[in-house]
Design a protein around this ligand. Structure first.
Ligand SMILES: NC(=O)c1ccc[n+]([C@@H]2O[C@H](COP(=O)([O-])OP(=O)(O)OC[C@H]3O[C@@H](n4cnc5c(N)ncnc54)[C@H](O)[C@@H]3O)[C@@H](O)[C@H]2O)c1
Length: 168
């Protein structure tokens, strides 16, 4: 299946590595104008540098912390002004925010909050900033929920009997 994104503009969060980088490359290769954002400047530069020459031209990189309302609003406003529209958001930033498996009783409130802020608050802030534009345009796609914070590498260790999610 050959899906094209000509004349579409997309914002990809968490674009400095992994899944976000791959999605950035894939969208740009298929014709989208892509705003790739992350807090990791070096990773973002690498995302740009490792794109194919044809994909490099439509990639814009932006240092944006998805937990900051001001930063999110700034990016949406810039993308909409420069590219003329924002059609797609793919919210990849998130995951376990650098934390590794540990029993639930060792998880601090700050660690718990950090996971929620990137995964959920980030999605909320972008949705809030983009909804008016997408409603006005009569078109918009918001994709999120690629989070695996409930997975085996998350704070709540699967080996902890209290948190055991293995089938009986
Ligand atoms: N890797 C997998 O096998 C897998 C499987 C299923 C789901 N997922 C989920 O998909 C998402 C991406 O996975 P990944 O492996 O590419 O993750 P990753 O950890 O490699 O990348 C996450 C990116 O988010 C960025 N980020 C963190 N906090 C940020 C913030 N406040 N503002 C902006 N950017 C921020 C990081 O700098 C990083 O570049 C995660 O939510 C993960 O849980 C991953």
């Amino acid at each position: 299946m050959d899906i094209r994104f000509q004349s579409k503009t997309a914002i990809v969060t968490g674009a400095a590595q992994g899944i976000g980088r791959a999605i950035t490359h894939g969208l740009a290769e298929r014709g989208a104008d892509v705003w790739a954002c992350d807090i990791d400047k070096t990773g973002l530069q690498r995302t740009f540098a490792t794109a194919t020459p044809q994909a490099q031209s439509p990639i814009h990189t932006s240092i944006t912390d998805v937990t900051s309302k001001d930063a999110v609003n700034r990016l949406v406003s810039q993308a909409s002004k420069v590219s003329g529209r924002v059609d797609i958001l793919i919210h990849v930033a998130g995951g376990v925010v650098g934390q590794v498996g540990q029993p639930v009783e060792k998880v601090t409130e700050d660690q718990w909050q950090a996971i929620f802020d990137v995964n959920l608050k980030g999605a909320f802030l972008f949705s809030q900033a983009l909804a008016p534009l997408m409603k006005k345009a009569g078109y918009g796609k918001i994709l999120g929920g690629v989070d695996a914070a409930g997975g085996p590498q998350a704070n709540t260790d699967r080996n902890d009997p209290v948190c055991d999610d293995k089938p009986e």
